[in-house]
Design a protein around this ligand. Structure first.
Ligand SMILES: [Zn+2]
Length: 153
């Protein structure tokens, strides 16, 4: 959002949101509840995982929507909205269980998925979750609190 606000360019705000997603993915964090199951390194999407992912997404969407309404009055040039969309887009395209397998079959998206997973691989084998959940929570707080402060200041 800061890049978009500085430039007043929605495309740059969207791009900066996407880049920020990968920067945040490069830091140890909790992607899943501690009880999540894995098979061959891939998450098992059971009912509990769907509830967790949908709840997590709805909370993030609710905060972003509220900030968009209160701060930017639903403006389509809102850098908050474009940056937020960019920040969510990689997971929405690459990891949403209802269409992820179809997306991965599209040209280029299998490589995109490999890149997305490679970002996580920089830490996830060293700081395995949920074993290092405290580190995951700390990195999330250290990144989220300044971002929220920036939104409400
Ligand atoms: Zn991601």
């Amino acid at each position: 959002m800061a890049v978009g606000t500085a430039t007043q360019n929605p495309a740059l705000g969207l791009a900066a949101g996407i880049v920020s997603h990968f920067i945040c993915d490069s830091l140890p964090h909790l992607d899943f509840p501690p009880s999540a199951q894995f098979v061959d390194g891939e998450i098992v999407w059971d009912r509990k995982m769907y509830v967790f992912a949908i709840t997590d997404s709805l909370i993030a969407f609710g905060f972003t929507l509220a900030a968009w309404i209160i701060r930017d009055h639903f403006s389509f040039t809102s850098m908050l909205a474009w940056g937020g969309l960019g920040g969510y887009l990689p997971d929405l395209v690459d990891n949403f269980p209802l269409w992820r397998d179809k997306v991965h079959a599209l040209p280029g998206f299998r490589r995109f998925h490999a890149f997305h997973m490679w970002i996580h691989d920089n830490w996830r084998h060293t700081y395995t979750m949920p074993e290092y959940w405290k580190l995951g929570v700390i990195t999330q707080l250290v990144t989220v609190i300044p971002a929220l402060w920036y939104l409400v200041k």
